[in-house]
Design a protein around this ligand. Structure first.
Ligand code: FAD
Length: 355
């Protein structure tokens, strides 16, 4: 079987890369093992334009977020689903200091950080002592609807192999690659943390980061917003179902959910929420994060047949459409990849240690 691209992974990165390649009329095959613990399958899909305790605007927010909004709406339209919704974040200040920090950002005219006029509006739903503000525009991507819908499209087009990719079976040639009976001009790794073990990319500064979440039924909570107080409480596509998380673990002994997280998070929710809730699931996943918090995009410096779209860290939903498009244009029009994300910024390290 001959094809132009073999894509490994149909998380959010592989989804966008296959979408844009298809738009350019390129042929491809996607291999994905449908791991239901992959970050793309347990993420809340929140696109939050600010980050950290100081509510700093996220990297390239002004470019990447409007791009993502348009892209998800277009793909959702083509698939006949709602792929993205605007869900501004109500930020309940956990301390007077956090309140001050938020107000300072408003004074600095930050475009994403705003007063919430009716400070008591949520008092029948939540306990909060230091007021609240609004982060907007913010969005949730409906990954639980979008990923299966795109997968079904790939199935119908007979370009999806639902199997585990085994690196030992991959043969790299000068002008193409071979995997079982597939011969492709290029193989592109969109396989999240799996890439960190591949011979060609293991030298990249991946920094896997564990996150745990709870799925919670809260039938009486209005789903117009994402709510935040330390953690995020985000509405899912199923009415009444909420996503609560997450933590950020750089050092972890197990990839599995822990009792410690569950107990601490349930306690937090009991203190925060005034209405009944039921925990339905506890999940964990490992984010494909990078040491310098920038994605890995591009072609291997020694092997023009091997590429990567990865390292999306905590922001796969906003970053992946933009960089999948950029990588596609690089293939089709030879246009440049942003130097900050191009894996060629590590060309010496990769070249020295790759086989
Ligand atoms: C708890 C948690 C919460 C998060 N919340 C958010 C959020 O709110 N907003 C946001 O933007 N981001 C969030 N993220 C981060 C986001 O999930 C990631 O940035 C994003 O999903 C990465 O997507 P990806 O497609 O690059 O990789 P992945 O999601 O890892 O996808 C890789 C795909 O490749 C497949 N695969 C891997 N190895 C193989 C193999 N050998 N054979 C076959 N298939 C293989 C996997 O099954 C998977 O489908 C969160 C992550 C976690 C863990």
């Amino acid at each position: 079987m001959q094809t132009e691209f073999l894509i490994i992974g149909q998380g959010i990165s592989g989804t966008w890369l296959s979408y844009y390649l298809q738009n350019e009329g390129k042929s491809f095959i996607v291999i994905d093992d449908n791991n239901n613990k992959s970050p793309s399958r347990i993420s809340a899909g929140i696109i939050n334009p600010v980050t950290g305790r100081r509510h700093v605007t996220v990297w390239m927010a002004d470019k990447i977020i409007p791009f993502a909004l348009k892209a998800y709406n277009q793909l959702g339209y083509e698939l006949g689903i709602t792929a993205i919704s605007q869900k501004n974040i109500i930020d309940f200040f956990p301390s007077p200091q956090m309140r001050l920090s938020f107000l300072q950002r408003i004074e600095e005219n930050d475009m994403y950080v705003h007063h919430y006029p009716e400070q008591d509006h949520f008092k029948h739903l939540f306990n909060y002592d230091f007021g609240c503000g609004e982060i907007q525009p913010a969005y949730t991507v409906h990954l639980e609807t979008l990923l299966p819908a795109w997968r079904q499209r790939l199935r119908e087009q007979q370009v999806l192999l639902e199997i585990e990719f085994e690196i030992e079976k991959l043969q790299i040639n000068k002008d193409n690659i071979q995997y079982n009976d597939i011969i492709a001009e290029k193989i592109i790794f969109c396989d999240g943390n799996s890439s960190a073990a591949h011979p060609w990319f293991k030298q990249l500064p991946f920094a896997p980061n564990k996150g745990e979440i709870l799925l919670v039924e809260i039938p009486d909570l209005p789903n117009h917003h994402v709510y935040k107080k330390g953690m995020m409480l985000a509405p899912l596509a199923t009415t009444g179902l909420w996503w609560l998380g997450s933590n950020y673990g750089w050092n972890f002994d197990t990839a599995d959910p822990t009792t410690e997280f569950r107990e601490r998070t349930v306690q937090l929710l009991k203190e925060w929420l005034k209405i009944p809730f039921t925990i339905t699931e506890h999940l964990s996943g490992i984010r494909p994060a990078t040491l310098e918090r920038r994605p890995f995009v591009g072609i291997h410096p020694l092997h023009s047949t091997i590429g990567i779209l990865n390292g999306m860290g905590t922001k796969g939903c906003s970053l992946s459409p933009f960089f999948a498009k950029q990588l596609t244009e690089h293939f089709c029009k030879n246009s440049p990849i942003f130097p900050e994300t191009d894996i060629n910024r590590f060309s010496k390290i990769i070249a020295r240690n790759s086989k």
